[in-house]
Design a protein around this ligand. Structure first.
Ligand code: GDP
Length: 434
């Protein structure tokens, strides 16, 4: 655990930072979902800065940029959850940051998927509500298991003919052998998809025609059928999680009251421990549904503080194993996970910081080559723009401009640190054109 996870200079506290991937079978809706998350978080980001004088032209510009960033190796979404911005009030007025790391969906890119899985702390696995669990997603699932990556499932396209949430939930259990239960249940399906039930908080949102916000209802305001679905799902969720989590299990056995907070914490613990998979369903076309999913990412997937710190070896001493703790005060250590040729910025080296911080003008050391190079610029691809940043902090993701002698999988660190994070076993880097 970091001695100072809340360095006041950080743009977002470490415990509310998430590095996630979105894994899906081709056509399941990964691109649409990513776009909607960027749109949604960009939108609330703008709502949070109403006096920033954004004009229509700015918006158009942002839309255009979003089209570019969506294909990037990593995109940072940052927003402030406002009290009346949604029904989850847990993180009121606090900054959240989700870095979405691209994980290629096609089976040919399996090695690339593995490489991405090493730098993320959790993933959303998207299934199509009609097609369900498909063979290639089983491969991605196995890889996530191999790298111990906690998952939440999103059953997408619930508005399509033939969509069946429970069927996909059962497939997750049977084909993927996951202990899973629903946390967000779609209300209705196909052209009758009307909203979502939040099982933990026993609330629901009913979509409105403009698709943006929808209205929030308490369980008492739901129809008898919906009320029953919400209550049964809560029972099932508690039953499943109490079996896996001692703290919740004890409350359950003692028949003590289980608050939404108790349940949420227990789900978080068992999800991070990879014993449980929360399943949600809806449609990427519905913004409100996307908001719930983003909330679930913050609620259930780990922050860099919750995961086992990266390990490495001293380049000159194979016996010495060093860990890189997620702490801004430690020496800088990062992993270069993707080289990217950006049309506008040039060669970008995407890196994840495991410990310490790095600033523009610093020299970074590559233990593989034994060389140091100076960082001329640091870029972060944000939901709607490329932003040049001064410093990148522990647990975060950004890209260096101007580093030449680097290959995917290299460690870039402070010279005093001088460790190689797990020897790189990756294939030759593929330079993608944005
Ligand atoms: P990807 O290959 O996983 O990135 O999938 P895309 O995001 O490109 O989506 C594939 C197709 O499904 C596109 O035509 C999307 O418009 C459509 N799609 C995505 N999400 C939904 C959804 O929630 N409902 C419906 N009906 N179609 C969707």
């Amino acid at each position: 655990m970091s001695s100072n996870p809340n360095n006041p200079n950080r743009p977002c506290p470490l415990e509310r930072t998430r590095n996630i991937g979105i894994a899906a079978h081709i056509d399941a809706g990964k691109t649409t979902l990513t776009e909607r998350i960027l749109f949604y978080t960009g939108m609330i980001h703008r709502i949070g800065e109403v006096h920033d004088g954004a004009t229509t032209t700015d918006h158009m510009e942002q839309e255009r940029e979003r089209g570019i960033t969506i294909t990037s190796a990593a995109v940072t979404c940052e927003w402030v959850q406002k009290p009346n911005d949604g029904i989850f009030k847990l993180f009121e007025s606090e900054k959240q940051r989700v870095n979405i790391i691209d994980t290629p969906g096609h089976v040919d890119f399996t090695a690339e998927v593995e490489r991405s899985l090493r730098v993320l702390d959790g993933t959303i696995v998207v299934f199509c509500g009609v097609a369900g669990v498909q063979p290639q997603t089983e491969t991605v699932w196995r890889q996530a298991t191999k790298y111990n990556v906690p998952r939440i499932v999103f059953v997408n396209k619930m508005d399509r003919v033939g969509a069946d949430f429970n069927n996909v939930l059962n497939e997750v259990r049977e084909k993927l052998h996951a202990t899973a239960a629903a946390v967000l249940i779609p209300i209705g399906a196909e052209d009758q998809l009307r909203g979502q039930i939040d099982v933990v908080n026993q609330q629901a949102v009913i979509y409105s025609d403009d698709d943006k916000f929808g209205s929030t209802f308490t369980i008492e305001e739901l129809s008898e059928d919906q009320k029953l679905i919400a209550m049964e799902a809560r029972e099932e969720l508690i039953d499943t999680v109490a079996d896996l989590d001692d703290e919740l299990g004890e409350k359950y056995l003692m028949e003590e009251e289980i608050t939404p907070g108790d349940l949420k914490s227990a789900i978080r613990r068992v999800t991070i421990a990879n014993k449980f998979v929360p399943v949600s369903g809806g449609s990427a076309f519905k913004n409100k549904g996307v908001q719930f999913l983003v909330d679930a990412v913050i609620d259930y997937l780990p922050s860099p503080l919750d995961v086992v710190p990266a390990k490495g070896q001293k380049a000159n001493d194979e016996e010495a194993v060093v860990i890189a703790e997620a702490d801004d005060n430690k020496l800088f250590c990062s992993l270069a996970f993707k080289l990217w040729a950006d049309k506008y910025v040039g060669k970008l080296v995407f890196f994840r910081v495991y410990s310490g911080t790095v600033s523009k003008g610093d020299s970074v050391y590559n233990p593989r080559t034994g060389k140091q190079e100076r960082v001329s610029r640091i870029i972060q691809v944000q939901a709607d723009k490329h932003e040049e940043i001064e410093t990148c902090y522990a647990g975060d993701i950004a890209a260096f401009v101007g580093i030449k002698n680097v290959t995917t999988g290299d460690t870039l660190c402070n010279k005093k640190f001088d460790i190689m994070l797990e020897p790189p076993t990756f294939p030759e880097p593929v330079i993608a054109m944005a």
